[in-house]
Design a protein around this ligand. Sequence first.
Ligand SMILES: [Ca+2]
Length: 299
Amino acid sequence: MPASEPLKKTPLILDTDIGHDMDDTWALAMLLGCPQLELKLLVTAFDNVETKTRLVAKMFRRTGNTHIPIGLGIKTSDLVMNQAAWLGDDDLHDYPGVIHRDGIAAMIELIHASPEPVTILAIGPMTNLQAALQRDPSIAQKARIVAMAGSLFIGYDGKPIPEPECNVVCDIPAACAVLQAGWPITCVPLDGCGDVVLRGERFARVANSSSAWARVIIENQQAWAWKDRCAPGESSILYDTVAVYAVFADAFCHTQTLSLSITDTGMTVPAPHGVPVRCFTGWHDREAFEEFLTQIIAP
Ligand SMILES: [Ca+2]
């Protein structure tokens, strides 16, 4: 490619249950630091999307990203999110950016308006995507899915047996609808991301960085209701960051295309008559990925 030719960016919609587990915050920071990606819309997913939208708005103010539209997804509960302490009483008063009250409509409109296929990066339960498909099934012809979802051969904490994974089991009908919609799907199950943790020197670089996103991440981890899940000087498990990487690269990972179906109990299982899904099933070089991530967050 000639040096003068600009990098072609992948237009992206992020569908995220941010505010629950910390990895969504890392994933958001990571994708905004990837020159291969252009975030066109963020839609908040699952539980109390009102407070999650306020959380994203505060993060965007702090990091200079208020030009990115935020959409509210489908509210499924009033659960107090785990990062509520960092949000405090910050609200949307005077927020300078665009907030779409109907994030599903904003998603559909963006997909149809885009001159090239949009990638939807789904890193939470897929309630919003099921709603979008119900309103307009034709979006599946103009978008592709990259999702952190499922557990094929490895469960949580490296257990050598698969188990129902949170993003699938929280809304099984939605995961089934997304699987069967007919769009290309790339999936990062627990097998390919359940062991990503920044430790030691890499975590210290983030903790000591003055970059705006590093500060937001560290402050949120300190305020996080589940912070005791992190050992001192370590991140939480950063599942969703691998899905960001999967949008544009795979060199650090093993991939294979498998026919998948979803059981009534939320298991994602290879099945002869399932749907072909490109799966990230393990690591070629996890250390290299963790270094890549660290350099983006703490440049
Ligand atoms: Ca998530």
